[in-house]
Design a protein. Structure first.
Length: 50
């Protein structure tokens, strides 16, 4: 990922809302912004644009 493994580990501890793409804490049951219940874990690898 990046240069700093500690920072990468902290960034990977969040969940992303599938509706509004807001960042939420890992243990969140619903989105803090829109209240939607479908959350996904943050992607661990970085996409490379071609």
């Amino acid at each position: 990922m990046g240069k700093f493994p500690i920072a990468d580990a902290e960034l990977a501890k969040i969940s992303i809302c599938k509706r509004c793409k807001a960042r939420n804490k890992r243990g969140a049951e619903m989105c803090r912004k829109c209240g939607y219940r479908a959350l996904r874990p943050k992607r661990k690898d970085i996409k490379v644009k071609k």
